[in-house]
Design a protein around this ligand. Sequence first.
Ligand SMILES: [Zn+2]
Length: 155
Amino acid sequence: MICLKCPFCFYDESKVVDSRSTDDNTTIRRRRECSSCGRRYTTYEKIEDIPILVVKRDSTRENFNREKIVNGLIIACQKRPISRKQIEELAEDIEKNISNNMLTEVESSVIGEMVMDRLKNLDEVSYVRFASVYREFKDITTFIEEINVLRTNNK
Ligand SMILES: [Zn+2]
């Protein structure tokens, strides 16, 4: 864990006034304002060190876990011509995408959409399977609608 304490008074709470990533996208430079003495200082945080929190439907948060995406994809892609490597690349791509946007919190539904976007291009059957689990279709009508949308798009 990086020390983000105020270098002047060592208070450990601050407000971020500006964030930008460095040119190589590995570090985030943040201007912070100390909540105690009000002085400003700069911190450099490695993107890989910043945990991404996933906000679940019930507003609780958990650490982003790439393995969870991989496991969901393995189920969706069962008996489909998709390799483990493709699945892992897809999950990695999503993680990178979140990091590059410097998000520290992301809604679980947003991750679901990201997975579906990518899966749609990869394999239609897996996509529908995944979507059915992810969106928790309430009834068959919604499910059929989803399939019809796919068909229309492919025409
Ligand atoms: Zn301070």
